[in-house]
Design a protein around this ligand. Structure first.
Ligand code: AMP
Length: 190
């Protein structure tokens, strides 16, 4: 099984690249952001709770996203592997993910961490906001808060995987195709 964590700040291209990798290597793409937006669209209790935090650029509680990922892993017992996009976003989530995968006799193969400068992230997110319809892409204050949350709570997750010798850093500026090639080169070595 190949299990990848596609990591990076908001606007680093995780969703786009995770889609391409999932297609190329026949992996199940799990995006916690997408699952949460699905809950918001359904107007479920969980969705309504998450929406207030997401619209302001704050993280939703660990227990909620860990529960969602646990349910998804159970949904695909025959999967060739998974690509986690936007998860784990805290060290507690990373620890919980290891626990869930161990129970299924598997583990994370590698973390692919996209590196993109803050100014480029803000530019990309504001551009995406014009047609994404996402409340959290619409204004610079919320985008800046998302980047701050990333630096404070999410960036340390890289150390967690680095200690396990599973951190692969990839320059994330450039064309979608060039970045995809660099990611493929790493995955091909696994
Ligand atoms: P994304 O689509 O990955 O940019 O996520 C959009 C928003 O959903 C984030 O800003 C958070 O509010 C929430 N979210 C997504 N994934 C997580 C996660 N793993 N932990 C906590 N909050 C999350």
């Amino acid at each position: 099984m190949i299990n990848l964590v596609l990591f990076g700040p908001p606007g680093s291209g995780k969703g786009t690249q995770a889609n391409l990798l999932a297609g190329k290597y026949n992996l199940i793409h799990l995006s916690t952001g997408e699952i949460l937006r699905g809950e918001i669209a359904k107007k479920s209790a969980l969705g309504l709770k998450a929406k207030q935090l997401m619209d302001q650029g704050f993280l939703v509680p660990d227990g909620i996203v860990i529960g969602m990922i646990s349910a998804k892993l159970d949904e695909y017992p025959e999967a060739n592997g998974f690509i986690f996009d936007g998860f784990p976003r805290t060290t507690s989530q990373a620890e919980a993910l290891d626990g869930l995968l161990t129970k299924k006799n598997t583990s994370i193969s590698t973390m692919l961490a996209l590196q993109v400068e803050d100014r480029e992230l803000i530019r990309r997110l504001l551009a995406r906001g014009k047609d994404s319809g996402r409340a959290d892409d619409q204004n610079e204050e919320i985008i800046t808060n998302r980047i701050e949350q990333y630096n404070k709570k999410t960036a340390p997750v890289q150390n967690y995987y680095s200690k396990q010798n599973k951190l692969g850093e990839i320059e994330g500026s450039g064309s979608i195709e060039d970045i995809a090639l660099k990611l493929n080169q790493v995955v091909d070595t696994l």
